[in-house]
Design a protein around this ligand. Structure first.
Ligand SMILES: [Zn+2]
Length: 277
């Protein structure tokens, strides 16, 4: 089992949004921002080689199809994921599975790309099974008003037409050492992959815990559509992670990629920093 983290690009958000009701006087010590209050967020993917032959990609970042519509976010250092994989001698055709934590643009945009003539987007990973929760799929087809701008049909339509989507209704094994578990709060039916390695279980936490600073359960992003649910879902993830020595991958943290967590009294703190690069 081998895990490798790939940053597919970066963008800016108003940093306060990442911490909801927490005042800047508190969060400014935990995440840097510029004089416009903007913080840099990463879009992190993970490439996982399982011992039983699966080559799995977790999330894909935004890609470059919607840069005009999303110019507000000031995307920079975008990575061509296919080129990144070729450096590891992997062709996009060899990816056996793509797991989408959810279908917001910053997690699934690179599933499709425009072909040379700029026509309808085509699949980037044509042979992969694309794992999505049914709850997330339904939510993306009929989004609530707060999430509707986060979904772009062109990111997933070609995959759907090719019949390459596998919808899951409950926690499911992708293969022997990768379990896909469902978490609500940020959006319905987010998938958090749990990867068993000889040292520890590594959790791709997605937007359940997007930044290391979000390990405090009350530090909930204002992007979360069901914040009270987010609180309890985070505690569920953190209780297990701290008790079992699991490591969490923070998909949006530009500074801390992964860490174990420790429970101190009623608080959770990041513990050992890991990189997986
Ligand atoms: Zn996100």
């Amino acid at each position: 089992m081998k895990i490798q983290l790939i940053d597919t690009g970066y963008f800016y958000v108003d940093c306060g949004v990442m911490f909801g009701a927490i005042p800047k006087t508190t969060w400014q010590h935990r995440y840097p921002c510029n004089d416009k209050n903007q913080g840099v967020l990463a879009m992190r993917s993970a490439l996982v080689h399982s011992d039983d032959g699966h080559i799995v990609l977790l999330d894909t970042g935004a890609g470059d199809k919607q840069l005009k519509q999303l110019s507000y976010y000031g995307f920079f250092n975008l990575t061509n994921l296919a080129e990144e994989l070729s450096k590891q001698n992997i062709l996009p055709e060899q990816i056996t599975d793509v797991v989408l934590t959810h279908l917001h643009f910053d997690h699934c945009g690179y599933l499709t790309r425009r072909n040379e003539s700029g026509e309808m987007p085509v699949m980037v990973f044509p042979n992969a099974t694309h794992w999505i929760s049914r709850a997330q799929w339904e939510n993306s087809r009929h989004p609530n008003p707060l999430e509707k701008d986060s979904y772009f049909t062109e990111n997933i339509e070609a995959v759907s037409k090719a019949n390459k989507i596998r919808l899951i209704d409950e926690d499911t094994e992708l293969c022997r050492d990768i379990r896909l578990r469902l978490y609500d709060g940020h959006t319905p039916g987010q998938i958090a992959p749990y990867i068993k390695t000889p040292e520890r279980t590594v959790v791709f936490a997605g937007d359940v815990i997007p930044l290391a600073a979000n390990v405090s359960p009350e530090w909930i992003s204002a992007y979360d559509t069901f914040p009270v649910t987010s609180y309890y879902e985070k505690v569920r993830m953190l209780e297990e992670a701290s008790a079992q020595g699991q490591a969490l991958i923070y998909c949006h943290d530009a500074y801390i990629r992964c860490s174990t967590v420790r429970k101190v009294n009623d608080f959770y703190k990041t513990d050992h920093i890991l990189t997986y690069d």
